[in-house]
Design a binder for this molecule. Structure first.
Ligand SMILES: [Zn+2]
Length: 282
């Protein structure tokens, strides 16, 4: 069993899951040949790998911060089938299990606006209108990401579904950031480009411990090796550079890292072994 919560001083940090989905293994590992990546990751008969839709809930003692909202409940049936979305109870149920209701959340952070990170931002009413789920929260997004999502390229248009983010602005809940910003005491967003231009990571300072939520910089524990980079990344050289910067820091400063799409692990540490970065699960 992997660890799904950390209690550090006043901070309580929970790994919660909206469900699982499947993506093409080749696309997930980019230029790395299958003979290498399949040693680390099982593959189904359609050459797909299983991924988690992982969120983090941070209770700082003063505020409740939710990082990522999963794929949500309103994905079109065609997409549910295409991604074999396994979603039994979902994120709102998982929040309820730790005693948190949607109206209790003060801040929602989306690392970026692809549907598998922000699909639970909104919900469809009977009228067909989409409204924010976390109605008392500010939604924290980088301005660069917001602009990209409104005018996506043909390449990432299928991943940006406006019903999951446009209503945030219409309802006055959108908080756009330009650069590093402290969301609340002990929780900071940091732009880390590569997957998209406006992608951000989240740094949490709890007692003397840093917990670093990587977003799609390193989606699973199998992506800890530097060249293991998704084909989905728009700026892979940026990803490579940023992986090295943050993994080096994670080793030196003994950070805990948190994973966005790992189907087994929420938390781990990083160690150097034979000149390679290695993931050590918590
Ligand atoms: Zn993702």
């Amino acid at each position: 069993m992997s660890l799904n919560h950390l209690f550090l001083g006043k901070f309580k940090i929970y790994g919660l899951r909206d469900g699982f989905f499947y993506l093409d293994g080749g696309a997930m590992f980019g230029v790395v040949p299958k003979v290498l990546w399949q040693k680390k990751y099982p593959v189904d008969k359609e050459n797909r790998i299983k991924l988690g839709l992982n969120s983090l809930l941070i209770d700082t003692g003063r505020s409740l911060v939710l990082i990522e909202t999963g794929a949500g409940v309103d994905l079109k049936q065609k997409m549910v089938e295409y991604y074999s979305l396994e979603r039994k109870q979902g994120l709102i149920y998982a929040l309820g299990n730790v005693g948190v209701g949607v109206d209790d959340i003060d801040y929602v952070i989306n690392t970026h606006l692809h549907f598998d990170h922000c699909g639970g931002n909104t919900v469809k009413k009977e009228s067909g209108e989409f409204v924010p789920v976390y109605s008392q929260a500010k939604y924290i997004i980088q301005k660069v990401e917001w602009k990209t999502a409104l005018n996506p390229s043909a390449r990432d248009k299928p991943s940006y579904l406006p019903q999951y983010f446009r209503p945030l602005k219409e309802n006055g809940l959108l908080q756009l950031e330009e650069g590093i910003s402290e969301v609340t005491k002990g929780v900071e967003v940091i732009p880390v480009s590569g997957h998209t231009a406006g992608h951000q990571c989240v740094k949490i300072y709890a007692e003397d411990q840093v917990i670093f939520f990587l977003g799609d910089l390193i989606p699973t524990s199998a992506h800890i090796n530097l060249p293991y980079i998704m084909s989905y990344d728009l700026y892979p050289i940026e990803t490579l550079k940023n992986k090295d910067i943050y993994l080096k820091q994670a080793v030196e400063e003994e950070w805990i890292i948190a994973l966005n799409h790992d189907p087994d692990y929420f938390f781990g540490r990083v160690a150097m072994k034979n000149d390679n970065y290695n993931f050590i699960p918590l």
